[in-house]
Design a binder for this molecule. Structure first.
Ligand SMILES: [Zn+2]
Length: 420
């Protein structure tokens, strides 16, 4: 039996993840994402008739953005955890709203996709055309999974996006005992994160300082996972003031609460979520920007959403705070503000007087954690490094080779035949 792996996207870049695994003529597509940018780029096209199923590791656009394209003319099986499907539906509708004119699929394709999708739980083993499949908790966002495939005694493990660290929302990832081929993400393959606990404490201390002085803190946060995690962190470390949630973060919270099995301590998470207030009207928005408290609103990189509205109302006062809690990609408004402490040129480059801070609360494993994960796995024959910027992917593959692994960072569109 021939094993072939095609890297259709997400190779030497973060964005448009897509890997095709073919055991002979049985084919499974793992993720089919887009770049999450304003002008999206896509993975190599594939006919839905050519695959037996597509398995989606998690909801993020860089993994899910092109899934509806497969349902335009075809009816492949789509498998993901139940909560991933709900989050994906939420994020893809928003993605379409912002970038619809650049996308090759439309909302009717998305509706068809969701109708045909099949939810599966973690750790359940099932077969697709004779291929053994298991999804494991990936610890990245609620519902995120790594995917283990096995056929004819060969195990292929696709990590998706992984986090070895326990968060206030979810358990750390599960690592399989053995795998012959690993397709490994390496977003942070070149560096480690500061201790999470320290960053969390620093965040809560800074929030208390601003609010105690009568200021408003804006926390631009990605709506799925991060927004809810921030509420948990603030309450866990004793912040008792007001917390407001706006925009898609609210819908994402409702979805999270509808799937108790995907949070670590559901009763506690639900309690904390109930302590946050939801913004429902413009009148309310106008009021809360003038009051001491925390406002959590997407978009996480200030690329739109209600976060932008709040920013424009609070940036000019020293007593307020703008606290970033996730990575700010290049060419985003968030990155510009963080580096220049000014509004972007389009808005007049005005100085931001509010306090600006950055807290590193990553949902990806750092370099050492990725290496520790790999060390736990037996019988590795080859490791492909994906989901990392070019230099990072090359460096991490090199590090693995130094450790004695047969490792490689494939390029976009490359394929490998591993067994004839
Ligand atoms: Zn992700």
């Amino acid at each position: 039996m021939k094993l072939r792996i095609d890297f259709l996207g997400g190779a030497r870049e973060v964005g448009r993840s897509a890997v095709l695994v073919s055991f002979g003529n049985k084919r499974i597509l793992l993720d089919y994402g887009s770049t999450p940018s304003a002008r999206p780029r896509f993975p190599k096209r594939i006919s839905p008739d050519a695959i037996d199923a597509v398995i989606l590791s998690h909801c993020h656009i860089d993994h899910s953005g092109m899934i509806p394209y497969l349902f335009m003319g075809g009816r492949p099986r789509l498998i993901a955890t139940g909560i991933t499907l709900e989050f994906t539906y939420l994020l893809l509708r928003d993605f379409y709203k912002l970038n619809g004119k650049y996308l090759p699929w439309d909302l009717s394709d998305l509706e068809r996709t969701m109708k045909l999708a099949q939810p599966y739980s973690y750790d359940l083993t099932f077969y697709i055309n004779g291929i053994y499949v298991k999804m494991l908790n990936a610890g990245h966002v609620p519902g995120s999974a790594s995917i283990l495939l096995e056929e004819n005694g060969i195990k292929v493990w696709y990590t998706g996006d992984v986090n070895m660290i326990e968060t206030h929302l979810i358990e750390p990832m599960d690592v399989p005992e053995s795998a012959d081929i690993i397709i490994c993400e390496a977003t942070y393959g070149n560096r480690d994160h500061p201790p999470r606990h320290t960053e969390e404490m620093r965040l809560v201390k800074a929030v208390k300082e601003v609010v105690d002085e009568g200021g408003t803190v804006l926390i631009p946060a990605f709506s799925v996972g991060r927004a809810q995690e921030i509420v948990c962190i603030l309450r866990e470390y004793g912040y008792t003031g007001k917390i407001w949630m706006d925009g898609m973060a609210q819908q994402a919270t409702f979805i999270l609460l509808a799937f108790p099995e995907f949070t670590k301590d559901y009763a506690r998470v639900r309690w904390y979520m109930k302590s946050a207030k939801y913004v429902v009207s413009n009148r309310q928005r106008k009021k809360i920007v003038k009051k001491p408290g925390v406002i959590i609103a997407p978009a996480g990189m200030l690329e739109g959403g209600w976060a932008w509205y709040y920013l424009m109302h609070i940036y000019s006062k020293e007593k307020n705070g703008i606290f970033f809690v996730s990575y700010q990609a290049e060419n985003t408004k968030g990155r510009y503000i963080l580096e220049n402490r000014k509004l972007p040129p389009l808005l007049g480059n005005k100085e931001i007087k509010a306090r600006i801070e950055y807290f590193e609360l990553s949902s990806h494993s750092g370099r050492q954690q990725l290496l520790d994960m790999i060390k736990k796995i037996n019988s590795i024959q080859k490791i492909f490094v994906v989901h990392a910027d070019n230099d990072v992917a090359v460096e991490f593959a090199e590090k693995l080779r130094e450790m004695g692994f047969d490792s490689f960072a494939p390029e976009f569109g490359e394929h490998f035949i591993l067994k004839k």
